[in-house]
Design a binder for this molecule. Sequence first.
Ligand code: HSE
Length: 458
Amino acid sequence: MPGIDTPFTNWTRNDQGSRTLKPVRVGICGLGTVGGGTFNVLMRNADDIARRAGRPIVVEQVAHRSLNPECDLTGIKTTTDVYEVARNPDVDVLVELVGGYEVARELVLSAIANGKHVVTANKALIAVHGNEIFKAAHEQGVIVAFEAAVAGGIPVIKSLREGLGANRIEWVAGIINGTGNYILTHMRSEGRAFEDVLAEAQALGYAEADPTFDVEGIDAAHKLTILASIAYGVPLQFEKAYTEGISRVTFDDVEQADNLGYVIKHLGISKRTDAGLELRVHPTLIPKDRLLANVHGVKNAIAIMGDAVGPTLYYGAGAGAEPTASAVVADLLDVARDIATDHHYRVPYLAFSGIGEGDGSQPILPMEDIVTAYYLRLLAVDRPGVLARVATILSEQGISIEALVQKEATEGELVPIILLTHSCREKHMNEAIRQIESMADIAGSVTRIRVESLDEQE
Ligand code: HSE
């Protein structure tokens, strides 16, 4: 579908009459944590930003519901109506920082319809409505940039989309939710329970407004959906991402993993396989010596494997006012450089041209077809033959045991058994677990945590 040439006029004359590039005029919608950070970085670093862009980037208007005490809005046009920014003929780029799904979608589509470029930090918006938004933007010939939507200040979108453009991407694995990583880090280092550390993360302001987005993996699945699309050139398919949170991870599992030489991290993982693409977020055991295993607290990190470059790693702040503003402003710099470029010559939104237009891109695999290794924890009656029966069930499903530990009895006659398996197809593990749980000598359900070697140092 052809894009149209941008109507932006590039040149103006300064007070001395010489020709200079026109400023790019920005309308910021939302003056919360990220909006306030973006406003302040644009103001504080205005001179350097202008030199980098080759033209000033100026704040033309700010829409906010309430004042942000961190921001001095003296001399800035303000409104409480975000749609006023989308209609403002003096705004070239609308920066969407209101968050959420519906208002953000309406606002962005309205800005695009009015010929404005858009910068957003909204991962939910891009993951769920991105295909629709990019189609509308392409038809209007405008830019939609979203570096801040994934891993806050880490420039992973640009790295994957442009820096790794020569590569066939093999896999992407990341700690892409700071709140979840904070919880797992403190459970491990202080021996604390999940609920206890979650309450602390909320008090410190790390968690999303609805913490289930963080702890149940929805926020990470939004971000992984975006990364996978850019990695493999497939449409955004959030609805096909498998999402499992960390709320059922116990300190017991954290400790057992540690004894076996592993750390539990909440990872977003996407792999290319011959059958299709894996797209999954879940707690994962990874060897202690992996770089990702040593990413602590609220920090984010993403490991990406390219066929030419090999393993690469991107680390930094995944949230926060100015780290996220760093990514928003970098997008504004790109817009400022590209604003007068014919739309056909711009970098495609999701790195590849013609996504979703019969391009033969690979399907997302159902979870039962993924292949991985497993950690299992079960409680068994301490009686001859129980372990042998468990081993038989696994072997009948073609699953090979890598390690097995039987602990001393803790609950009456029951003994905890910890197993590590080699890789197998998830559907075979599902069947094995079903059969193990139906054994009379097994109490309760089997705890299953996937294990990945993720050799990002190979
Ligand atoms: N709640 C998110 C996190 C913020 O904890 O990582 C950034 O998306």
